[in-house]
Design a protein around this ligand. Structure first.
Ligand code: F6P
Length: 534
């Protein structure tokens, strides 16, 4: 809340609960009998363990009262109904319709989704069977997915997670960034006659994606000696087919995204083509089914037994009432290495705002910094900060029961480390327990860092779909609770506009609107006169 204003209603009750119970320690809370049973929840193939959150029944009651007060149930209905929930852009947000059975989709989009999903999955299957071939008649072996932000992270995460040992006949690569080296390495060693380029861009105006796509086109032309085959080798996935046409890339197939689909929720559309190439149409439909199972749960479960709602409420409790300015996502599974980056985009691009839907200023902090890293690497790097720094940080541990390989002992060690970190963060090690140890103050670990553990039975398409839908709904709920629109991202536009000016200035053009630092750096860069090969 803003300084001086007195919180009222459910928010006020939460504030007074937080101050009354400030001395509660997870060490004691977690010791309560049957706490694990009372505070864990199964959602499909996912177990959500909230027992290491710094809450009691009273806190959950007050948090669900906040959800009611902020009209979360009504907002959920509006989302699924296809109302204009993205008010600043005047759009619905219908990603859930992409994974719903045909009869449950809002009528306005039902047919378009049916046709589009069937089409891109049929293309994936034809490519997998080697029936759909390149311009010289060779079957495709390489796929380069070009896109950035939501047009890359979800598809990359799902491809890595579900096809960790390789994607069958395909070598699938992802190209997002601007550095020329990213483009060189994406195409290194590939035979253009066997390469399919999938350009994913909702707007088809994103600088990085267009530069990478033009690079791909030049690479293809140089090696193939003609543009004849381009149409067979380039597919676009976009909401703006006209812009894709205008780009002059010469793409053949254009698969749809829609204005009601956010980039960060686009995995469920043809943007997920690499995933379908890796795991097949049936696997992709399981991914959709897993997400849909969570959609149903989200719509129907009571708030105090509702996975996404609890994740959202507990995240808000940690961020707004327990002072956690950061939230770490720690997957204990290499296959989920991209999960922190995906959730960083999902949560921070959605809820990294300070203005409410009605244009007024937020009177409480919104999304914390979301960051993380995978498995025990982090324990030998940043976990020290989680364990002994002066800062509060909440954590999500994500682990998978079935390893998907036969190195059982290693997997047991991996899971053991995950469980141990949760316990160390919660319970810590009080100095008093270290007795006469002269280093007791240094060895003591304060604990009381809240965490949630999400355990997947196995990393199947179904369960991954559930996991990703869970976080999408968490993000939506938090937007509603903070009163902001999670479906726009106006902030990123400023950097794009300034980069246009800086680009011109670096080439000797005008410096209109540039600040003194940027102008000074332009001078320094121009004086350094680096050639492209330096
Ligand atoms: O950076 C903003 C953003 O618009 C993201 O929301 C989006 O996922 C990404 O850029 C890519 O946009 P597009 O799919 O239009 O190329």
């Amino acid at each position: 809340m803003s300084a001086g204003s007195k919180p009222s209603g459910a928010w006020g009750r939460l504030a007074s609960l937080a101050s009354r119970r400030a001395s509660d320690h997870l060490r004691d809370l977690a010791a309560a009998e049957r706490r694990f049973d009372a505070m864990s929840l199964r959602v499909g193939g996912l177990l959500l363990d909230f027992s290491r959150q710094r809450v009691t029944r009273d806190t959950i009651t007050a948090l669900t009262a906040l959800a009611a007060e902020r009209q979360l149930p009504q907002a959920v209905d509006a989302l699924f109904r296809g109302d204009i929930v993205n008010v600043t852009e005047g759009r619905a947000a219908l990603h859930t319709a992409l994974r719903a059975p045909a009869a449950e989709r809002p009528p306005a989009v039902a047919d378009a989704i049916e046709v589009a999903t069937a089409r891109f999955l049929a293309i994936a299957e034809a490519l997998r069977r080697g029936e759909r071939r390149g311009s010289t008649g060779k079957p495709f072996r390489h796929v380069v997915h070009i896109g950035i932000g939501g047009s890359e992270l979800g598809p990359r995460l799902a491809t890595e997670a579900l096809a960790p040992g390789g994607a069958g006949r395909f070598d699938i690569r992802f190209l997002a960034n601007l550095d020329g080296r990213a483009a060189f390495s994406a195409f290194a060693g590939l035979d253009p006659a066997e390469t399919l380029v999938v350009v994913v861009s909702k707007s088809f105006r994103t600088r990085e994606t267009l530069l990478n796509a033009y690079h791909a086109r030049s690479w293809f032309l140089e090696r193939m000696g003609s543009a004849d085959g381009i149409a067979q080798h380039f597919i676009a996935v976009t909401a703006d087919a006209a812009e894709a046409q205008r780009s002059g890339l010469g793409v053949g197939e254009r698969l749809p995204m829609w204005d009601w689909l956010g980039g960060r929720q686009s995995l469920w559309s043809a943007a997920g083509l690499p995933v379908a190439l890796a795991i097949g149409a049936e696997g992709f439909r399981s991914l959709l089914a897993g997400a849909h199972a969570v959609d149903r749960h989200f719509q129907t479960a009571r708030p105090d037994a509702n996975g996404p709602i609890l994740l959202a409420l507990l995240g808000l409790w940690n961020a707004n009432f327990l002072g956690a300015a950061a939230h770490a996502v720690l997957p204990y599974d290499e296959r989920l290495a991209t999960l922190p980056a995906h959730l960083q985009q999902l949560e921070m691009e959605s809820n990294g705002k300070s203005v409410r839907t009605d244009g007024s200023a937020c009177d409480a902090h919104t999304v914390p910094l979301v960051w993380g890293g995978e498995e025990t690497n982090g324990q030998h790097a940043f976990h020290q900060w989680l364990l002994q720094s002066t800062r509060a940080c909440s954590v999500d541990f994500v682990a998978v029961a079935a390893p998907g390989h036969d190195l059982a002992e290693r997997h047991r060690w991996l899971l053991a480390n995950c469980l141990a970190q949760g316990q160390a963060l919660a319970g810590g090690r009080p100095a008093a327990r270290l007795g006469e140890d002269p280093l007791a103050a240094h060895r003591a670990v304060p604990g009381n860092q809240p965490s949630t553990t999400i355990l997947l039975d196995a990393l199947t398409p179904q369960h991954l779909g559930s996991l990703l839908a869970l976080y999408e709904h968490k993000t939506f709920c938090q937007g509603v609770l903070w009163g902001i629109n999670p479906f726009d991202q106006w902030g990123v536009e400023l950097g794009k506009a300034l980069a246009d000016t800086a680009f011109d200035a670096l080439g000797g053009g005008a410096r209109i609107g540039m600040d003194a630092s940027a102008a000074g750096l332009v001078d320094a860069l121009r004086r350094s006169g680096g050639s492209p090969h330096d």
